[in-house]
Ligand binder design. Structure first.
Ligand code: UD1
Length: 342
């Protein structure tokens, strides 16, 4: 059984990925400082898989404590690096905090790979590295434009740090997965997105409004040059996204990679507008959402969705869940975690 280190294993995408890894025969160890997550996620993972995952409450910025985990586990075959700050708006307010966390954490992981001979890395990147792309859908070769936020810049910089590092350390391999908009929850409703900080992504904002945690929500702008004036995104179900990590790791471990650094888009390949997402929620739940149209949000790109052809062809990955599945599972999770049934 191959052992995988997942950083950010108690977080939203990390916890769902651990489930998929365990179901595909991997043993998992997690590092998560619980700054925007809770180790309750480990209980959910155990209920789903029957396996208890050990989490080390370590901040990756602290190199010595990070290295201690590697010393305790000399048999780590690969790392999936999720642990990072990820709120676009917050990154505009606190850029240095974002650079410190996301860049130093990344550097310490690469140093650990070199020091402890861990050959494989999957990095949690983002479609935000493309900025306002000139043409849609974006392929992995679409030129990266100016980042729209410090958050997006940290993702661009981490990609560059990995590229330069692997240019020198040719025995290391990495895959950059550029996620589009992850949303939804595990079908069991035993794990899902539970940020410690206030939710600001669209789907949790929708479910929090419907459950009554918020009086109403705001659609940020209806005057964009899109089919209904609201921004367009590619919403990818978190379990489909989770499986992309397992597929990427299988690919590296079976030495199928053509070079030591490869990039893949992870999206369903279709754009959905904010207003269409709201309608999908209303259709699936039969509820009416209290929303208003507000001004544009700083740092938002107008529209972005993926070309996923390379990911399907090379990794054999195929997303199977729709925006309705996203809304249905996110809603089940919101009701479960709040104990309110509507
Ligand atoms: C961004 C990044 C994404 C990253 C994510 C992390 C881009 C293109 N994408 O997603 O890669 O993983 O941050 O947080 O930069 N909206 C509303 N009202 C709300 C909340 C959101 O109208 O209350 C709208 C936004 O304006 C946007 C869409 O919903 O058009 C999605 O927003 P959000 O869920 O926050 O994700 P992104 O900002 O697209």
């Amino acid at each position: 059984m191959k052992k995988v280190l997942v950083t950010g294993g108690c977080g939203y995408i990390g916890s769902h990925t651990i489930v998929d890894l365990i179901e595909n025969g991997y043993e998992v160890v997690s590092i998560d400082n619980l700054s925007n997550s809770s180790d309750d996620a480990l209980d959910g993972i155990e209920k789903i898989t029957g396996k208890r995952v050990k989490n080390y409450k370590v901040n990756l910025v602290d190199r010595s404590s990070t290295f201690d985990v590697f010393e305790e586990h000399p048999d780590i075959a690969g790392i999936i690096h999720f642990a990072a700050l990820k709120a676009v708006g917050e990154s505009v307010e606190k850029p240095l905090w974002y650079f410190e966390n996301n860049l130093i954490g990344m550097i310490n992981i690469l140093k650990a790979m070199d020091t402890f001979n861990v050959p494989h890395l999957i990095f949690s990147s983002s479609c935000s590295v493309y900025g306002n792309a000139d043409s849609l859908p974006v392929t992995e070769d679409t030129p990266l434009k100016e980042a729209e936020s410090p958050y997006a810049r940290t993702k661009q910089m981490c990609e560059q740090i990995i590229e330069d590092t692997l240019h020198h350390y040719t025995q290391l391999n990495a895959i950059l997965l550029r996620y589009f908009n992850p949303a939804g929850a595990h079908e069991s409703a035993l794990i899902g997105e539970s940020p410690v900080n206030k939710a600001n992504n669209l789907v949790p904002v929708i479910t929090e409004t419907a459950i009554g945690k918020r009086d109403k929500m705001t659609v940020f702008g209806d005057d964009y040059d899109t089919r209904d004036g609201s921004c367009v995104r590619d919403y990818i179900h978190v379990m489909d996204l989770a499986n992309a990590h397992t597929k990427a790791l299988d690919y590296l471990l079976s030495e199928k990679n053509e070079s030591n650094l490869e990039v893949f888009n992870i999206g369903i390949g279709e754009g959905v507008s904010v207003l269409e997402a709201v309608k999908a929620f209303e259709k699936v739940t039969g509820l009416q959402l209290n929303y208003e149209i507000g001004p544009r949000r700083a740092g938002d790109v107008v529209a972005i969705y993926a070309n996923k052809e390379k990911t399907e062809r090379v990794l054999g990955w195929e997303p199977s869940r729709s925006i309705e599945d996203i809304m249905q599972t996110a809603w089940a999770w919101e009701q479960k975690r709040t104990g309110v049934e509507i």
